[in-house]
Design a protein around this ligand. Sequence first.
Ligand code: G3H
Ligand code: ZN
Length: 294
Amino acid sequence: MYQLRGLLEEAQSNGVAIGHFNISDWILLKAVFASAQELKVPVIVGASEGEREFLGVAQVAALVKSLREERDFPIFLNADHTHSLESAITAAKAGFDSIVYDLSALPFEENIKQTKQAVEALKSINPLIIVEGEIGNIGTGSEIHESVPDSSKELTTPEEARQFVESTGIDVLAPAVGNSHGMLQAMVQGDAKKRLNLARIQEIKSACKCLLTLHGGSGTEDSDLRGAIAAGINIIHINTELRIAWRRGLEDAFAKKPLEVVPYKLLPVAERSVRQVVTARLRLFNQERDSIAQ
Ligand code: G3H
Ligand code: ZN
């Protein structure tokens, strides 16, 4: 039986990160699973509150459980960006492996108070569940934005990180380190990249000595993602890049086969398009593991 905590600790000692990819349909899930299987690396799929509403909480939990157990593969399910205790509890009871409890929009002290309560409630449902807390503003929405918040101005401080982790009892912290959700049009075209503050990641890691997640990975400079892992990031979230690949794949399939109406003859094109992105990201996040294995 695979345990997410053990695999995160193993990733940390191997100098690699576990990729987290959001899904809102079966095509995305199939693509993520196929890439992870191909590269033989553990993977996390995430479903935010909106994605869960579309997929069905119990239904996505059943799908991921079936892939993990029937194929004996380390794929895990995360309740991404969960804003209420009620929806966190629903996901925990449905068998999600981790919960991102995101009260980052609240004042710091209130975020601490409510996140601590959530950690206690969720661990009483499943003592092995991984709970992640968030501080700082990294914007919302895995979409193509007109502008993204200049998160380089509001970085999480090492002291905030230490205090938050110690006071709440979370397993994983998601800090603001120059990252932001979504992509600008210029990033979609490849003309601009997100940049991270690697020194700040290292300072936060030294201060809180806990597992760290990087949100908003889409459109980030590859060397910064590698640097972030070296500085202490253990999980990297990618969503917008997959959504773009999904849409391009569908458009491509429809354009090439204008009279085709059989879904399973059209949808594999979208699956392949998403899979290319996931495979490239997983290779980057697991580079150290690859070089050790060679
Ligand atoms: O939780 C999901 C993410 O942080 C993904 O962000 O859409 O910028 O890749 P992204
Ligand atoms: Zn996120």
